[in-house]
Unconditional design. Structure first.
Length: 81
């Protein structure tokens, strides 16, 4: 949700956590689609969360996060297998 303060558009910080969780869910869904039954759900979730935590601080365009996180998580899973 956005609002304005002194004429500037700002995001409601209460919505940021929900946005992050949506991005993590999207990434996990994409990883599951790509890897099928090769890894259990816990391994996928752990890899996605680790990848998200590593990428989020340097992210410039948040709309790309689910794709980038999914790719990084898939690489992590491949390295563990």
């Amino acid at each position: 949700m956005t609002g304005t303060i002194d004429g500037h558009r700002v995001r409601d910080p209460r919505g940021l956590h929900a946005d992050a969780e949506d991005q993590v869910r999207q990434a996990a869904s994409e990883v599951r689609r790509r890897v099928g039954d090769q890894y259990d759900d816990q391994a996928v979730q752990r890899a996605v969360r680790e990848a998200y935590d590593e990428i989020i601080d340097n992210a410039k365009i948040e709309s790309f996060l689910p794709v980038l996180v999914a790719r990084a998580a898939e690489e992590k899973l491949g390295g563990r297998g």
